[in-house]
Design a protein around this ligand. Structure first.
Ligand SMILES: C[S@@+](CC[C@H](N)C(=O)[O-])C[C@H]1O[C@@H](n2cnc3c(N)ncnc32)[C@H](O)[C@@H]1O
Length: 273
């Protein structure tokens, strides 16, 4: 009798755009519910655990993080934000690229150091004009490092000229994690006065209980220390190019969430600093 082989986990491949959208939306909803549950001080431990396992079961039923990433990969194949980022860096004179077919790398010492957070493709890693570090919580490629952004070495051990975070901030579990993310990005970019390319669903700023476009701009500028260099709106997404221009003014940071609308349809997207 041959030895039984241990079953390998099957990596789901999502092929339909409709299914991909459904998986991404559901994944975010369940994760939001998990974050709210963890903060709920009124539930007893037994009820909390029961609720938690139900939510985790529904994440598994969706196919877990692997299915979520496969769904994101499919969406990205229809609108490459990485290509847009490279085009903007070239237009801003930050990288030099030759016309097709080959990209001309800048001198190694002059290459901007780019960090891609939540990387599911290798487009930025493949560009010879930048020195890219690509990370994700669950790596789907040998060159994408499997590491949590919040566990990266702090500056001055680690600094960057450009950070790219596409559809990342909305996938973080809590409003405080989003605030922490922005503050850490600013710290990594402060020395170089570098740029954060932040892309998120436009509905996070236009259909949220707690956030508006104006509130977001004011928060990233006066509270975190970025300047808004550019904004690009499409019906579904908004891309910000933010420059780490000023000091992060800790003294003016405030906590607490104010509702901007009570509509039942509104999302719960918020950022706390
Ligand atoms: C919605 S996907 C977006 C992927 C891609 N950037 C895009 O534009 O479609 C979010 C990705 O961020 C990753 N992610 C979430 N939190 C992270 C963290 N703390 N550190 C590193 N990656 C993270 C997830 O694993 C997932 O692959």
């Amino acid at each position: 009798m041959g030895r039984k082989r241990k079953a390998q986990p099957v990596v789901p491949v999502v092929k339909s755009r409709k299914r991909a959208r459904k998986i991404v939306t559901q994944f975010h909803k369940v994760n939001d519910a998990l974050a709210i549950l963890e903060e709920d001080a009124n539930l007893n431990l037994v009820d909390k655990e029961a609720h938690r396992s139900r939510l985790q079961e529904s994440l598994e039923a969706l196919g877990g993080r692997a299915a979520y990433q496969s769904a994101s990969q499919l969406s990205v194949s229809f609108h490459s934000t990485s290509k847009w980022v490279l085009a903007r860096l070239q237009a801003m004179g930050i990288i030099r690229m030759q016309s097709a077919p080959s990209l001309s790398p800048s001198q190694p010492s002059q290459k901007p150091r780019l960090l891609e957070v939540g990387a599911i493709t290798t487009t930025l890693l493949d560009c010879p004009a930048v020195q890219t570090t690509a990370i994700d919580l669950l790596s789907r490629h040998a060159r994408i490092q499997q590491i949590d952004f919040f566990h990266l070495p702090q500056p001055p051990l680690s600094t960057f000229d450009v950070i790219v975070a596409s559809m990342l901030i909305n996938s973080l579990p809590t409003a405080s994690a989003r605030g922490d993310f922005l503050r850490r990005c600013h710290a990594y970019l402060e020395a170089s006065k570098g740029y954060l390319f932040l892309i998120l669903p436009s509905s996070c700023l236009t259909h949220s209980k707690y956030m508006t476009v104006g509130k977001f701009r004011s928060l990233v500028t006066t509270r975190v220390g970025f300047a808004v260099v550019e904004e690009k709106w499409t019906p579904k997404t908004v891309a910000f190019v933010l420059r780490a221009s000023g000091k992060c003014d800790e003294g003016r940071l405030t906590a607490g969430r104010e509702k901007v609308t009570s509509s039942s349809w509104a999302k719960k997207f918020d950022i706390l600093l």
